[in-house]
Design a protein around this ligand. Sequence first.
Ligand code: SF4
Ligand code: SF4
Length: 481
Amino acid sequence: MKRLDRSFYVRRIPTLTHIYDDGTRLIVDPKTASWAVVDNMAYNFFQDISIHRYKVIENPSDKIKSCLISLYRAGLVEFENKPRKFSSNLYENVEYPFVFMLLRITNYCNLDCRYCYAKNIPGKTSHQEMDELTAYKAIDLLLQSEINSVGIVFSGGEPLLGGINKIIKIQKYVLKQAKEKRKEIDTAIQTNGTLLSEDTIRILEAHNIQMSISFDILASIHDANRKKANGYDSYEVVHKAMCKVDRLMRTKRDEMRPGFIAVITKEFISNVGDISNMLVNRLWNYGWQFNIIDQIGRGRKNIKNPSAESIFSALRILLEKSLENGRLFNPIRYMLFNILMRERGYMCFRSPCGAGNAMLSIDPDGTIFPCDSFLGRKDFEIGNIHDYNKLSDILNSPVVKLLRQRQVQNIPECSKCIWQHFCCGGCPGDAYAVNGKLLSPSSICRLSQMLFPYLIRKVVEDKRILHLLRVRSERNRYSTA
Ligand code: SF4
Ligand code: SF4
């Protein structure tokens, strides 16, 4: 920057500071999630710059020049003739369109998991199955989305209890409609894995339906949490099904991308060493997703939540293991994107979140919920899918408008928080379940407050992360002056 050669005028953006244990400072503009990790010299220099008036700097040393360039690139200072690099509104000029529907093919399940959402539905415990017409109606509405690429997940209960034929019939409708409307639809099934026979796996694969299997990795944990409805253990049957998936994967090479979802409970944390070994030795070819147990569904009553500190330390162990092996996992991957990018690609780390805005969950009888996190909550029912002909009417319904108001600046605690545009306030379904109000932080607030500063420092110090995320365009959002 030539103009830094002689005198120039600079002012800074209002920021908050996080101080690490070793005294290193992280300065953050909470409104844009712009940040820089700085040493003491840079920190003192930065603090000396006024927020309100331009300060003149004459004949800066090379060190000051490089510090200023880093701070400018991080979006934390601006020059008189060069405004700050990033707009003051993270969501300005960015649209997050409607992209996704979750079709609950049945509310019935053959397992009795301790943290199930679906079996916790007040007043809806009878066995219901979605008929084809309801599914078709949902798909027609989804295809009204303004974007070309959308997604569907068949879920439940256990969606395969309705039979693979029904799912394939719906999938054929999906493909036909997508072709007619010239759209792409990714389809996946969220299954507990107990009904995945060799044939079923082949049929799903042949019809391009990605599999995501609920799997708690170790038999002792899986069997403690995911009993069959008759009280028997379920690990063995699920593990056998995954062996069949493995066999088919070997013949398909890169064409199949199955994933699994495990829930982080106290037992998970106590066994995280064995779990991380299993990830590498047994589950390498799967997508890794870990759900942090929250306050929605039966987990609220049945499970004592682990402390934020213990989840944090388990996630650190998993992260080290995955980095050593050249992998990343969700939700850490999504969090890293919020640290490195301005775009909030993942709908659960966005303000407002995707519930009702980017996604809907459809009950077997056609009842529309903004997301599974609100399942069974009468006050969050949007209506029935058969009563709507326009997606835009659903997206402008009172429930969705209400959820659109849940933005970090409207949540008293979050509006003052340094991590507000990293964490985005957490899940509103969880916040509502815990606090009885939407405008409150979620139950993972404390965990977020530990994870984000840790991950930011990790990004600065561990170049493997940028390499794995293949993030280049916005690398200049961090600096170590
Ligand atoms: S939930 Fe907690 S960490 Fe997240 S923005 Fe709100 S106050 Fe901050
Ligand atoms: S309600 Fe919760 S789970 Fe649903 S999209 Fe929002 S943050 Fe994600």
